[in-house]
Design a binder for this molecule. Structure first.
Ligand SMILES: Nc1ncnc2c1ncn2[C@@H]1O[C@H](COP(=O)(O)OP(=O)(O)O)[C@@H](O)[C@H]1O
Ligand SMILES: *[C@@H]1O[C@H](CO)[C@@H](O)[C@H](O)[C@H]1NC(C)=O
Length: 322
């Protein structure tokens, strides 16, 4: 208490004594010092912390929570992994794929997904032109190599992986391999996360079958109805998917193909409640229910799953807030 009081007094006297220019100068200097001291490296890995974060901020994805927790734990606590961690997230839009990648990032890096060690590439944004594929390939190779050589625990997130050109996917491949070592740089500590809608429809079908059979969603596991095999087959059979033509799948370089289930009304309601909190609104269950029900659901008759998951929940909520 005394120390706080002293600081407040100092601040007040400083403001009254100095001119506007000095104030500005002092603020700028403290900003620079603060930035300089702020560290951008790994957090000590906290298994309980990640577990709690997933439990508190991820809704309706029990398979994801389970697999991500185990995979990240065993990778982060292994002082000498034999390959980088490679996860492939599958599911329809808005079910939490980007969200989980960020949850992992904030439990690994001090600055979370804002860390300069977290690299997010969105195919149609970063690599839009087919005629520049050779340039992109060269760049991507250099970026991965350069960043991992300066910081071995770098993280690379590839969004819209299903829209990525096979040539580019093949650039990533050598970095994912066992004992991967390119020009003297080891990639064993890096993390690669692929996000895609590939397999999303199959996952939704399996979840719907489960619901129609009156079974509890939580009883659906990776091996129920051979979910993982079905996802793989689906990716293989999708003629438009970059995955199909790439050699990543047949070389077994992906550690886990992780299915994100379509979200139900109650999960969307939870997302609305979370957004209310973020927007500093009072959490109102009835309003959350109204906002959630206003979103489109499928299939047409039963209306079980949200078409866009929790996407655009915030935008919808803002309309109701006024
Ligand atoms: N399962 C979920 N649990 C909690 N929040 C979610 C979930 N799915 C989506 N969201 C919320 O909706 C937003 C959009 O989801 P996102 O992760 O970008 O979807 P995807 O990458 O699967 O298309 C996220 O930022 C998050 O706030
Ligand atoms: C790291 O990757 C980014 C793109 O994500 C790139 O701009 C930067 O040049 C890379 N750094 C190195 C050292 O290669």
């Amino acid at each position: 208490m005394k120390v706080h009081l002293l600081i407040v007094l100092l601040l007040v006297s400083n403001i009254t004594l100095s001119s506007g220019f000095l104030d500005f100068f002092a603020a700028a200097a403290s900003y620079v010092i603060h930035k300089f001291l702020e560290q951008d490296d790994l957090l000590p890995f906290d298994f309980k912390g990640l577990e709690k974060d997933l439990r508190d901020s991820l809704f309706g994805q029990h398979i994801v929570s389970d697999v991500v927790l185990k995979a990240v734990k065993s990778f982060m606590t292994d002082s000498n992994p034999n390959k980088p961690l490679v996860l492939s997230f599958h599911g329809t839009a808005g079910v939490g794929k980007n969200h989980v990648a960020k949850i992992i990032a904030r439990n690994v890096y001090k600055k979370g997904d804002q860390s300069k060690h977290v690299h997010i590439y969105i195919s149609e944004h970063h690599f839009p032109h087919r005629n520049k594929l050779d340039l992109y390939s060269e760049q991507l190779k250099q970026w991965i190599h350069g960043n991992v050589s300066s910081f071995p625990h770098s993280m690379f997130i590839f969004d819209e992986m299903d829209k990525m050109q096979p040539q580019l996917i093949d650039v990533i491949k050598p970095f994912l391999d066992y004992e991967a070592n390119v020009d003297g740089v080891s990639f064993r500590n890096a993390i690669f996360i692929f996000l895609s809608n590939a397999g999303g429809n199959v996952i939704a079908e399996v979840a719907l079958d489960f619901w129609r059979e009156g079974k509890d969603r939580e009883e659906l596991w990776m091996n129920s109805k051979e979910l993982e095999t079905k996802i793989l087959q689906n990716i293989f059979n999708d003629k438009n998917s970059g995955f199909l033509h790439s050699s990543i799948i047949d070389h077994h370089l992906v550690d886990h193909y992780i299915p994100f289930l379509p979200l139900e009304l109650k999960h969307v309601r939870q997302c609305v409640m979370t957004e209310m909190h973020h927007l500093n609104m009072i959490q109102d269950y009835d309003l959350a229910d109204e906002v959630a029900r206003d979103l489109p659901f499928f299939p047409a008759e039963e209306k079980i799953f949200a078409v866009k998951g929790c996407k655009s929940v915030r935008q919808k909520l803002v309309l109701y807030a006024d």
